[in-house]
Design a protein around this ligand. Structure first.
Ligand SMILES: C[S@@+](CC[C@H](N)C(=O)[O-])C[C@H]1O[C@@H](n2cnc3c(N)ncnc32)[C@H](O)[C@@H]1O
Length: 318
């Protein structure tokens, strides 16, 4: 499964000091939902492993890894810098993930965790060769966003999930990837997938009974004044919609580089070289050209006499 990785020296590898430094697409509403579903499963001693199809630089994987129990396995499947096998997928990779390398993912992940997850470097279509059917309690589908791949990923995940496992579909309604929307709602109509809730970017569903999950989620949402929600009916089934603009984010995984960053003296904001002369401590007036020349060329005693005469003149004029 392993393929050669792109050459990348240690100096070029990322050293994120917090999760928000990691490149990716994993917003507060979904961080809250991942946190809620995983904690809910943990509170009910739901057993099972974790799975992510499509990790990119590791943003959601790092978050998921922090919620993994020690006896559980977390599998991450991504092409990383391996070639895709069809031209549409290659085009998608080149356009959206050109700078991705497995080493960058690993450097990011190890900034927050002592061990890497189980990595399957390859097409998501091979994931069933690496993960046992009926073993996964939480799966995040975020690999290729093209219809035929997403459709295949949904069918694989249906087999991999435990009876009441939860699947998350990324970008189920985004304009640039209508194939994800088609595959998601097709699975609802034809493959027995049952929606639990949606955010602006992700769809959460199960092949088990969504009702207890929705009941518990609504209870939690009522206690969160910073998270907006409503219930709509789609094909006679309830679907919770939520939005978390301005909401407090859940506990973040802590980077091992964080303490070092905090120890460094605060740095001045970077200023383009040509504008450096425009930066001066607040509240201090800019020196006139005449005064700067005087300071540079005249003996201190003469400079002091000129400054004192100018001050007296200014006071007299008030
Ligand atoms: C949207 S990104 C994942 C974002 C990540 N989950 C996050 O939250 O930051 C999609 C990833 O899927 C991978 N990918 C694309 N097509 C794939 C395929 N057919 N099989 C496996 N991985 C694929 C890309 O390499 C890319 O890293």
């Amino acid at each position: 499964m392993t393929a050669p990785t792109a050459d990348q020296s240690a100096e070029q590898l990322p050293r994120p000091t917090r999760l928000s430094d990691v490149k990716g697409w994993f917003f507060t509403a979904d961080q809250l939902m991942f946190d809620w579903f995983l904690a809910h499963q943990q509170d009910r001693s739901v057993s099972g492993d974790l799975l992510e199809l499509g990790a990119y630089m590791g943003k959601s994987a790092i978050f998921l890894g922090a919620r993994k129990r020690s006896e559980e396995r977390f599998t991450v499947c991504d092409l990383f810098d391996s070639p895709a096998e069809d031209s549409s997928n290659s085009k998608e990779m080149k356009k959206s993930y050109a700078t991705l390398t497995r080493r960058a993912f690993e450097a990011n992940y190890l900034s927050f965790h002592d061990e890497l997850p189980t990595i399957v470097q390859g097409l998501s279509s091979v994931v069933r060769d690496h993960v046992a059917d009926g073993s996964v309690r939480f799966a995040h589908i975020d690999a290729s966003h093209l219809y035929e791949h997403v459709h295949g990923d949904i069918l694989s995940v249906r087999e991999l999930l435990t009876e009441d496992g939860v699947v998350v579909m990324d970008d189920y309604r985004a304009e640039h990837c209508p194939g994800v929307a088609a595959a998601t709602w097709q699975a609802v109509a034809n493959e027995g997938l049952r929606p639990v809730c949606i955010t602006g970017t992700k769809f959460y569903g199960t092949w088990g009974d969504p009702e207890p999950l929705q009941k518990a989620l609504l209870g939690w949402l009522q206690s969160r004044k910073d998270v907006w929600h409503e219930v709509q009916y789609v094909n006679d089934a309830p679907l919770i919609r939520l939005s978390a603009k301005g909401a407090k984010e859940p506990a973040q995984p802590v980077s091992r580089h964080r303490a070092k960053a905090a120890e460094r003296p605060p740095q001045r904001p970077a200023v383009p070289a040509q504008k450096a002369s425009a930066v001066r401590p607040a509240g201090r007036p800019q020196r006139s050209v005449l005064r700067r020349v005087a300071l540079d060329v005249l003996p201190p005693v003469v400079t002091r006499a000129i400054v004192s005469a100018r001050r007296k003149g200014r006071t007299a004029g008030r």
